[in-house]
Design a protein around this ligand. Structure first.
Ligand SMILES: [Zn+2]
Length: 429
């Protein structure tokens, strides 16, 4: 093996290096538009003079503050000559504890579960190949060490230095690299594979015909939809009947609620295909008709209830976004533009309004919000009010309709026994 090919750093420090100050810098939303990682090191000779300093940005894959620190260490060590005996100084305490676990110790397989395990493996390889004798120490807190401040400033400056070009793809020095679409997987591999399978099953769900009935599924923000449906904190609530409610939410999303049109398809011998909505007797009773049924009683009007709940949802969201911290200052027109999004058009409901009602988050909504807010902020704000909106739809529209429907079925002579029979009309007779 030609060791010279496997270099991360193209710098060769003189053998007089005595101490290496290293630092990483990580910027991320909301303070910065996109994640950015940078690192720096400064090499000092025994008399305390600076021999050389170096800083650069690194590709923003697997972004974290720790990764920028580990990379600073890796790059600094790779710039050293063979057989160096040096002290590396850092202000990152986590780096020290990981160093003593994974580098300054025999190999343990637990390292492969660690984020940045490829970087740590490369550090181990460099230490061995170059026969380095390294002592890692931490700059005491509040010591105001001038050299530490210097390297800290360098790492921060790297983010805005327009002369830098992002590092070429990493030449990692590890025996085995798992790649996915040419991305070297530098995180817990089991977790990574789980994420891939989650994404695959979400994709399988997304291409189901039930989501394609009126327009393209690319109009739906699937990641946000999944987040809002999956958020487990709601499922542990001890609300009475909450498991029925959870079932309602999932069936609503999948268009699996037992609407009359569904029953007419499944059991045409019991439900005459010509029957219309039992409430208004004017339209087929589809899922979307639940919210648009023009039936009016003094205490119950589905369309009116729906409009009130949807506009209340819009108001809650708007209040929450106005008080959330945004990436850029909100324009004066923010509130007006938010209210004018077509997912709030409810009379008659637009396609994206009907989708939002099902829990399918329209991409037009998250794209507009994405101008001002990070995805985690958007998702966490959309989540809980949507859950509450669904709970109100469940209680105020679905349960009322179901009680009414039950009495209507009895009036048609459709009994529970007939419904549960899997057989055709002849066997009932
Ligand atoms: Zn109706």
């Amino acid at each position: 093996m030609n060791e010279l090919v496997l270099r991360i750093s193209d710098i060769q420090l003189p053998s007089s290096v005595f101490t290496l100050y290293i630092d990483g810098s990580f910027l991320s939303p909301p303070s910065h538009p996109a994640s950015s990682m940078a690192y720096a090191w400064t090499a000092i000779d025994p008399d305390g003079f600076i021999l050389e300093s170096h800083y650069n940005i690194i590709s923003s894959i697997f972004p974290s503050a720790l990764r920028s620190e580990v990379f600073a260490l890796l790059h600094g060590l790779d710039s050293l000559p063979r057989n160096s005996k040096i002290t590396v100084t850092t202000d990152c305490a986590q780096l020290l504890s990981l160093w003593s676990l994974y580098v300054d110790a025999p190999f343990i397989s637990r390292m492969l579960k660690e984020s940045n395990h490829l970087l740590w493996s490369s550090i181990r390889t460099i230490m061995l190949q170059k026969n380095l004798d390294v002592t890692l120490i931490k700059v005491p807190a509040h010591a105001d060490d001038p050299l530490n401040n210097h390297v800290d400033a360098l790492a921060k400056a790297a983010h805005t230095d327009s002369h830098l070009s992002s590092c070429p793809p990493l030449e990692l020095m590890v025996p085995c690299i798992l790649q996915f679409n040419s991305l070297s997987v530098d995180m817990n591999i089991r977790k990574f594979i789980r994420n891939i399978f989650d994404a695959k099953s979400l994709l399988t769900l997304a291409v189901l015909p039930r989501f394609n009935s009126y327009s393209s599924t690319s109009d739906i923000d699937w990641a946000c939809t999944k987040f809002c449906l999956n958020n487990n904190k709601h499922f542990v609530s001890h609300r009475n009947g909450h498991s029925e409610f959870c079932g309602f939410r999932i069936k609503l999303l999948l268009d699996m609620l037992p609407m009359l049109t569904t029953l007419q398809r499944r059991k045409p011998h019991l439900y005459n295909p010509n029957w219309l909505c039992p409430q208004c007797n004017s339209f087929p009773e589809t899922l979307d008709h639940l919210w648009t049924c023009p039936y009016i009683l003094p205490e119950f009007s589905p369309l009116q209830t729906f409009k009130t709940l949807l506009l209340a949802l819009r108001t809650t969201y708007l209040d929450n976004f106005l008080s959330a911290s945004s990436l850029i200052p909100l324009l004066d027109s923010f509130a007006a533009e938010f209210m004018a999004l077509n997912c709030w058009d409810c009379d008659p409901p637009s396609i994206s309004c009907l989708r939002l009602t099902r829990g399918l988050i329209p991409i037009s909504l998250t794209e507009f919000l994405g101008i001002y807010f990070s995805s985690p902020t958007i998702w966490s704000i959309l989540d809980t009010p949507l859950h509450d909106f669904h709970f109100d739809l469940y209680v105020q529209i679905w349960l009322c309709r179901s009680i009414f429907f039950h009495h209507w079925e009895l009036a048609q002579g459709i009994t529970k026994k007939m419904k549960s029979s899997a057989l055709g009309p002849s066997s009932i007779l």
